[in-house]
Ligand binder design. Structure first.
Ligand SMILES: Cc1cc2nc3c(=O)[nH]c(=O)nc-3n(C[C@H](O)[C@H](O)[C@H](O)COP(=O)(O)OP(=O)(O)OC[C@H]3O[C@@H](n4cnc5c(N)ncnc54)[C@H](O)[C@@H]3O)c2cc1C
Length: 392
């Protein structure tokens, strides 16, 4: 069941890409076609993370791909964007896994870590020999992480960590957790800590009953008097700005990833509409209302591509600001969710099954709309950027 993806390029978008950029996109597309598409619906049914793909993705250099040295690929931001697009055309859960490993674990080690931390962790994380997670959100602090209760107390020659983290991607499969905690002193500054997950007092419990990102592991983390050495602090991390810098990296990847999910939905809806016949033995693609939906998707995906590409080009020139990334994340995830809903509608009853990828994408995108800054928080970031007044 299902259709083979036919590709998407309405306005010769590919002509805006270099040969290397197209190569990375096509290589990732090939990997996903061969390795993820055949198993993803079953993984989604079973709520299983396809761990068997971790090392092959590492061999292809998917993790920490924009970083230089330490076994990382050192590709451009646009190339990375095209990579995440193709991952998420497969499944948002796989893209989430790669985003967390890359932008939320390897990036903070690269940006805020000591040379020793970089040399120890980055090559192992790059191959997938070690996995990581990022613990910022807490049960009572989501959109407002600055209120976090997790604390790090200076203790003998190290730190003692206490707190609860919630909704943590890859939590129970991670070897190392990047934990954000406030130092227990007058300033209560937020700092990042590298916590090996086998330390006494650390536990991860998976969240079950998810109807979204079922092929991705999501966990709650508990830290009860977890003792870590002084050298486990990320030395140049400081303040909420540090985790927000990581989130900017991840949000940028999401803005491309959502395009992939939208392309998958559009492609399934188009091929289905050309085959499915209703009224006078005509394909439903011949009905004006169906064409209107396809035209909307085609247009919005194309606009989303241009937005992501421009933000990527700015990022490659060191000129992308967080509000640019907010616009791309907010718009493209919203656009993808609308595409998934329209595509589901075009598929009629069959659209609610996993014979086609559409409903899975739709459910996944509900999480993508919420995590890495909710749609509305990005609205407020844009509002602040436009007016100079913070409404949150
Ligand atoms: C599958 C999944 C994976 C995740 N992975 C990670 C991870 O790896 N690491 C991590 O740290 N976190 C992770 N998260 C958590 C995610 O970042 C949070 O869910 C997100 O920040 C929103 O927080 P919340 O769910 O507590 O919602 P809340 O902050 O409670 O928001 C609920 C609603 O209120 C709205 N709202 C809140 N404040 C305002 C305001 N000032 N003005 C207007 N509206 C407002 C929001 O927009 C939203 O609609 C993940 C979440 C999911 C679903």
């Amino acid at each position: 069941m299902g259709f083979k993806f036919q590709g998407f390029d309405f306005i010769q978008f590919d002509s805006l890409l270099s040969e290397d950029e197209r190569l990375i996109r096509d290589q990732t597309r090939g990997f996903i076609e061969q390795n993820l598409i055949p198993i993803i619906e079953q993984c989604n049914r079973e709520g299983r993370f396809p761990r068997e793909l971790v090392r092959p993705m590492g061999e292809l250099g998917f993790y920490g791909a924009t970083l230089d040295g330490y076994g990382c690929s050192g590709i451009s931001n646009v190339e990375y964007g095209l990579l995440t697009q193709e991952l998420e055309r497969g499944d948002s859960g796989i893209r989430s896994f790669v985003s967390v490993q890359s932008a939320l674990v390897m990036y903070p080690i690269y940006a805020f870590g000591s040379e020793k931390q970089k040399e120890f962790w980055l090559p192992k994380l790059a191959t997938g020999e070690k996995l990581g997670c990022f613990g910022l959100t807490e049960p009572d602090f989501g959109s407002n992480p600055g209120g976090m209760r997790t604390r790090a107390r200076r203790d003998r020659d190290g730190y003692l960590l206490n707190g609860e983290k919630m909704w943590i991607t890859s939590g129970s499969v991670a070897d190392v957790a990047v934990i954000w905690a406030k130092l227990e002193d007058e300033e209560a500054e937020i700092r990042g800590f590298l916590v090996e997950t086998d330390r006494p007092g650390f536990s991860a419990t998976d969240i079950h009953g998810k109807w979204s990102l079922r092929a991705s592991v999501t966990s709650g983390l508990s830290l009860q008097d977890v003792r870590i050495p002084a050298e486990s602090i990320l030395p140049t991390s400081g303040g909420l700005k540090s985790p927000l810098m990581c989130l900017s990296q991840a949000r940028y990847g999401i803005s491309w990833g959502a395009i992939g999910a939208a392309m998958s939905c559009y492609d399934a809806a188009l091929q289905y509409a050309q085959q499915r016949k209703q009224f006078r033995n005509q394909p439903i693609a011949s009905h004006q209302l169906v064409q209107e939906k396809l035209a909307w998707m085609l247009t919005e995906i194309t606009k989303g591509q241009l937005l992501a590409l421009q933000v990527g080009r700015l990022k490659d020139r060191g000129k992308a600001q967080f509000q640019h990334i907010s616009m791309a994340k907010r718009n493209n995830v919203w656009m993808a969710l609308e595409c998934a809903r329209m595509a589901r509608d075009i598929l009629g009853a069959t659209g609610i099954t996993d014979d086609y990828p559409v409903m899975r994408h739709m459910m996944n995108l509900e999480s993508v709309k919420t995590y890495e800054g909710t749609h509305d928080i990005h609205t407020l970031i844009l509002g602040q950027s436009a007016t100079g007044i913070s409404a949150f």
